[in-house]
Design a protein around this ligand. Structure first.
Ligand code: HEM
Length: 163
């Protein structure tokens, strides 16, 4: 009788072990199918980034120095170019663009400070640019749209619009 019980227990343990082995494989598959929707939902979060409005003065804080994040304006949209810190960070070649509307500089293919509006100047209407310069700006804009997330739009600061 005792032997019989021991055999039954061993059988049960073996069956449970086999069952676990089987289920762990199924769980693995379940886990993988669960990961995909998760990836999709993180994409949704990216797509629903809140678009904020920035005045030139507010934008100027995001120069990678006063604030770690680096934002840059192109044709009225603000892009988070933080991942391009080697270009726009304080010691990068295009640091003049950081925290600024870079539209004129991009259109003229110049990173000189005189082609970048200060935050206490009105927003650049770019009215004097030639067709070729505007085309160049459009090409740059496409690059920024493809590479960096858009985080906001540039709005006038009433205090500095009438200079
Ligand atoms: C002296 C001449 C210049 C050289 C040798 C140069 C070189 C470069 C190089 C090697 C890159 C990286 C390209 C890549 O990642 O595939 C780059 C990107 C860039 N350059 Fe220049 N550049 C010059 C002038 C300018 C000027 C005058 C401007 C002003 C508009 C400018 C604006 C940019 C911008 C906005 C990027 C894109 C950076 C990014 O990916 O966010 N560059 N440049």
């Amino acid at each position: 009788m005792e032997n019989y019980i021991i055999i039954v227990v061993i059988l049960l343990v073996t069956i449970i072990g086999l069952k676990n082995l089987l289920f762990s494989t199924v769980n693995h598959v379940d886990l993988e199918t669960e990961i995909d929707p998760e990836k999709d939902s993180s994409k949704d979060i990216e797509e629903t980034t809140v678009i904020r409005e920035f005045t030139p003065r507010q934008l100027s804080n995001y120069n990678g120095f006063d604030l770690e994040k680096i934002y840059m304006g192109v044709k009225g949209n603000i892009y988070d170019v933080s991942k391009g810190r080697q270009f726009y960070g304080p010691s990068g070649p295009y640091s003049n663009f950081a925290g600024h509307d870079a539209s004129r500089g991009l259109a003229l293919n110049s990173f000189e400070i005189e082609n970048v509006r200060r935050w206490d100047e009105p927003i650049d209407d770019l009215n004097d640019l030639t067709e070729l310069e505007l085309k160049s700006l459009d090409n740059w804009e496409n690059m920024f749209k493809g590479k960096y997330p858009c985080v906001g739009t540039l709005i006038p600061d009433p205090e500095f619009q009438s200079i």
